[in-house]
Design a protein around this ligand. Structure first.
Ligand code: XBP
Ligand code: MG
Length: 251
C-alpha cells in the first residue's frame, strides 16, 4: 500500500539552483572579497556535486586550481557556506522562488488522503525551512514527518544514505513509498534506497540519465496545465494526482 511520499527539495519542489543557490554563493563570495563568480554555465558543471561545501571544494579542485589555498581551507569554506545560507534564506524571504507547478496541490491532496510526507535533500536544514515557510506557510514544516537534510548523513546524494535515513526514521519500507526527484544524483540516491521515483526535470537536468524512473515529466502539471511526458506512460493523465501515484506505485 502507498503510505508515504518523499520529496527532494532543490529542483523538485522549486527551481532553486540558478536563481537561488547560485546567486547566494556569488553574493557570499562578493561579501568576503573573493573574485570567484559562478556563471549559469559553470554552475551546470558544479551541480555534478551535491552539497554547498562539497561544491566549493569541487570548484577549487577543478575550475580554480590557481587559488592560493589558506591552511584552514575547510574552515574558510564552512564560513563561506554560512554566509551563503544567510543570503539564500534572505532571497527566499523575499519570495524570490515559487513552488513548481502542481507541488502545492499534490501536497494538499496527499495530506487530505492521510499519506505521510517526508523530505530527503542534501541542502542545509535552514534552507528547507525557509522555502516551506515562504511558499506553503509557517505551519507547513509540521506537515513533513521527517525532514532529512544537509550533513545529517556524511555521504550526500548520489549515496542512498539520506533516503535510507528518512525511511528508518519513519519506520517504513521503501516499497510503501514513492520518491520525487529532479536530477541524476537524486535518482541514484532514491533508487539506491530502492524507492520508485517520479522525475520532474528542469533546465539543468533535462539531459540527465533517468534510467529506471517510474516516469519522467517536465513538471507535475495542473488541471488545465498538462505536463509533458519525457519517458514512461502517463496512462492518459495530464497532471499528477493521487490516482496516478497509486497506479505508479502498484505497477
Ligand atoms: C541540492 C544540492 C545542494 C544545493 C545547495 O541537491 O546539491 O547542495 O545546491 O545547498 P539535491 P547547500 O536536490 O539533489 O538534494 O549549499 O545548503 O548545501
Ligand atoms: Mg534536486
Amino acid at each position: 500500500m502507498l503510505k508515504a511520499l518523499i520529496f527532494d527539495v532543490d529542483g523538485t519542489l522549486a527551481d532553486t539552483e540558478k536563481d537561488g543557490h547560485r546567486v547566494a554563493f556569488n553574493e557570499a563570495f562578493e561579501e568576503v572579497g573573493l573574485d570567484w563568480h559562478w556563471s549559469v554555465e559553470l554552475y551546470d558543471k558544479l551541480l555534478a556535486v551535491t552539497g554547498g561545501k562539497e561544491r566549493m571544494n569541487y570548484y577549487l579542485d577543478n575550475f580554480n586550481t590557481e587559488f592560493e589555498r589558506p591552511q584552514n581551507l575547510q574552515d574558510m569554506i564552512a564560513d563561506l557556506h554560512k554566509i551563503k545560507t544567510r543570503h539564500y534564506t534572505e532571497l527566499l524571504g523575499k519570495g524570490a522562488i515559487p513552488l513548481r507547478p502542481g507541488v502545492k496541490r499534490l501536497i494538499d491532496d496527499a495530506r487530505a488522503a492521510g499519506l505521510r510526507l517526508a523530505i530527503a535533500t542534501t541542502t542545509t536544514p535552514e534552507n528547507v525551512t525557509a522555502l516551506l515557510e515562504n511558499t506553503l506557510g509557517k505551519e507547513s514544516i509540521d506537515w513533513f514527518e521527517v525532514i532529512a537534510a544537509g550533513d545529517i548523513v556524511p555521504a550526500k546524494k548520489p549515496a542512498p544514505d539520506i533516503y535510507d535515513w528518512a525511511l528508518a526514521e519513519m519506520k517504513l519500507d521503501a516499497a510503501d513509498c514513492l520518491a520525487f526527484e529532479d536530477s541524476e544524483n537524486g535518482i541514484k540516491s532514491s533508487q539506491g534506497a530502492h524507492l520508485k521515483t517520479i522525475i520532474t526535470v528542469n533546465d539543468y537536468t533535462l539531459s540527465h540519465d533517468f534510467s529506471g524512473a517510474a516516469i519522467v515529466l517536465d513538471n507535475l502539471g495542473e488541471p488545465g496545465q498538462p505536463f509533458s511526458v519525457m519517458a514512461g506512460d502517463a496512462n492518459g493523465k495530464t497532471y499528477v494526482d493521487l490516482e496516478m501515484l497509486t497506479q505508479i506505485h502498484s505497477a
